[in-house]
Design a protein around this ligand. Structure first.
Ligand code: DGL
Length: 280
């Protein structure tokens, strides 16, 4: 079978995945699980996290620099494993590229529409993602009758980055953020920030059994597989574990990132390297 696209990108080239920090690892983990033959180059912008409180212009500039870095690594496709960057920068940057690029918002919106029974969906995310109304836009394109209620939860990202996944402080803040959403009668809640699946058990406990949590990472990995298949870019070669298969880069604090990544991924990552993303 021919495994090339127009620009002769080989199917065994890696997939680029990026986020503001560790959150995108929840998406990378799902890609590793669903399409284990794929090599991944992950970039976490640990020097400039959080993205959620910054402007569209700034996030577009950061995303463009990361995309340039990933292209230099000869990736065959790019996954924006960050809701904020998907909301702010994806549309503009994908037009500039000759490789496929996808985000996490559209897959997450689609999954939530499939899950809801009462037509009331809640979305939690960064100030940027919620302020952009991107989830309600996509959801209402599929079904205009669905009521979408958004809630920005800016303190969740630092709590996750600090490793406070099971902590009374996180519980307290989650109750404050989520009680209004639960009272509004939602039956589905989109975890609209890639950091949030790491506090999934806390969130699930607070919203209760009547609300189904949607993690867009699962649907994103599924759609990535479909996209690669369509472009004849799905890697058929089985990969050995090692640096060749999964490479991690950050813009600061590589050691801290490495420890964190090792606690999320099911195998030890060999190393994370720091690069100067401002040079791109
Ligand atoms: N994990 C990111 C998201 O999905 C961004 C978090 C942040 O940097 O504020 O939006």
């Amino acid at each position: 079978m021919e495994l090339k696209i127009d620009k002769e990108m080989p199917a065994d080239a890696p997939v680029g995945v990026f986020d503001s920090g560790v959150g995108g690892l929840t998406v990378a983990r799902e890609i590793m699980r669903q399409i284990p033959n794929e090599k991944i180059i992950y970039f976490g912008d640990t020097a400039r996290v959080p993205y959620g409180s910054k402007s569209k212009e700034t996030i577009t500039k950061y995303s463009r620099q990361i995309v340039r870095f990933l292209q230099e690594q000869q990736v065959k496709a790019i996954v924006v494993a960050c809701n904020t960057a998907s909301a702010y920068a994806l549309d503009e940057i994908e037009k500039e590229l000759d490789i496929p690029m996808m985000g996490v918002v559209k897959p997450g919106a689609k999954a939530a529409v499939e899950v809801t029974k009462n037509g009331r969906i809640g979305v939690i995310g960064t100030e940027g993602t919620i302020g952009s109304h991107i989830y309600s836009t996509y959801i209402n394109q599929i079904d205009p009758g669905i009521k979408v209620t958004g809630k920005a939860c800016p303190l969740f990202v630092p709590l996750v980055e600090e490793g406070l996944w099971q902590d009374p402080v996180t519980d307290e803040i989650a109750v404050r953020y989520l009680s209004g959403l639960v009272e509004s009668g939602i039956d589905t809640l989109i975890l609209g920030c890639t950091h949030y699946p790491l506090i999934r058990s806390t969130l699930g406990r607070i919203v209760g059994k009547g609300v189904t949590l949607v993690n867009p990472a699962y649907e994103t990995a599924r759609e990535l597989k479909e996209l690669l298949e369509k472009k004849n870019l799905l890697n058929q070669k089985k990969q050995e574990l090692g640096t060749e298969r999964y490479c991690f880069y950050v813009s600061d604090m590589a050691d801290k990132f490495q420890t964190f990544a090792n606690s999320i991924l099911t195998y030890g990552i060999l190393s994370a390297k720091t690069i100067h993303i401002e040079n791109y």
